[in-house]
Design a protein around this ligand. Sequence first.
Ligand code: DGL
Length: 276
Amino acid sequence: MQGPVLIFDSGVGGLSVAQSLRQYYPEAALCYTCDNAWLPYGLREDAVLSERIVAVCRAAVEACQPSVLVVACNTASTLALENLRQQLAIPVVGTVPAIKPAAALSQTRHIGLLATKATVGRPYTQRLIDSFASDCIITRVAADALVVEAEAYLAGITPDTHRMQAALAPLWQAVTPSPFQPLSAQLLSADRQALDTVVLGCTHFPLLKPWLVQLAPRPLHWIDSGDAIARRVAQVVDELHSEHPDGRCFTTAPAANLTAGLARYGFKAPQLLSVS
Ligand code: DGL
């Protein structure tokens, strides 16, 4: 029997990917797992995090018996994708910043990368930029505070726009370069155009998109990886219809405060996953 699609993230960010999967494949059974005991991943040390990701994904695969694992987390994918593919016997689809589609869209050749501190600094991210956007300026903004806002939002708390603005300030500077820059900086950036496209390189951020759009000083292209991941899943799994129950959910720490938010995305009250 064909297993469900297992979606994994550190927290609720993977729900933005679940939403794309549900739109593309309404007949597929989805299973969600988040490592909320270790959230946020973006501020953790690489070596221990890599081991942890493999351990949690192993336990989740054991519990869900999926046909495919979707690592719906840029921070985890840019670190542990290769390792996961070696250790697991099922196909693994990763989520990495959508630099390629952003480069195809940007007219000004200036792109913002909004992601966790870990993702903006990873060699994997640099390789994506070198391969697909070598003619673009990339303004990298580590916005880990937005992960906290997205988690709070799914727990029923309205995002704090002051905290969001503080995290987004470096991005807005590139959207509207200051006329008060020192002359040397102005000369340096004379050929630089304002940023017109933003890559949401953390799966938590699409959950905040209505606020991001509203807070931006002017209209921008916002790009996330949800649809590309959904299309990729169909390429690695033969059959997406599953007789497995849909909407099972596992967390690594109690998460009763997320039950209502999870239900909005079609997931049941979370069960605790034991990770060895
Ligand atoms: N949702 C994760 C991502 O896409 C990051 C959240 C975290 O820092 O744990 O990178």
